[in-house]
Write a protein that binds this ligand. Sequence first.
Ligand SMILES: [Zn+2]
Length: 327
Amino acid sequence: MTAAASPPEVLRAPLVVEFPFTRSLGPVQSAFLSGLRERVVLGVKTTDGKVMVPPVEYDPVTAEEIRELVEVGAVGTVTTWAWNGSPRPHQPLGTPFAWVLVRLDGADTAILHALDAPGPEAVHTGMRVRIRWAAERTGAITDIACFEPGEAGEAGEAGAPERQATAHDGQFADAVTGIIAAARLDYTYSPGRAQTAYINALAERRTVGERCPSCHKVYVPPRGTCPTCGVATTEQVEVGPAGTVTTYCIVNIKAKNLDIEVPYVYAHIALDGADLALHARIGGIPYDQVRMGLRVEPVWTEGGRHPDHYRPTGEPDADYDAYKELI
Ligand SMILES: [Zn+2]
């Protein structure tokens, strides 16, 4: 037996999926976040008199609307916790810390936040902790920088009896009425063996799919298995480069960070020899002249690792029967 050539290294790349999520707050959350900016923690009373912190707009038992705001303490008790030895970017603290649920004095429920502690041996359920306020506060949950061990609040209330919830009208000057939360997923993506081969071939301006040994369909891009038969696909098949538009849509909304004038057409294209359509942008033709059956070919840019877009080949349109199974 001779040594086989080692397979190409499977690709890996960092990937970030990010979008800003804009939310209007309504009266309860507006009062809660405006309060944090003023170093006031507000909760809400439920129908049966329980105090919920952070507050909610509807009673969790009766689903009735609840609006009775109360102020609770900035000192509380840890009800449970977990040590985070390897903080990730954008977490509340850059050094190892504990995630804690803290029941603030006067509240009946606990709030999730970070506890700055030297190590897990310094954290225990039942310990007393207090809020460390952020130096600059904007009306966000991050106005609480974190919790820290200790009984005394910043007002020096060491040894004082547990604070009771007191009524609050929820009124603040320049109330915060909306927030923009950046939803963000930051991870390492590996496309696996089959798509690595596909991507590497694309960089050489070849489109390579894989044929199912059972149903003989050619999948482009390949996933490594046939989704119908459930068997591994290994036979590589070069397809295209030309193909047929099977269906399409006209894009009228400009995407952030994408330098393409709208409107433009995004299409499903069945490459010649492929049994699955891939999707790509269509260029080189007015958007309102793109049609099902249009014959197209890839356009590569200098140094590009994949086609920039597809353009008409000038051939007659394909017969509907030739691609109807691929729509
Ligand atoms: Zn199959």
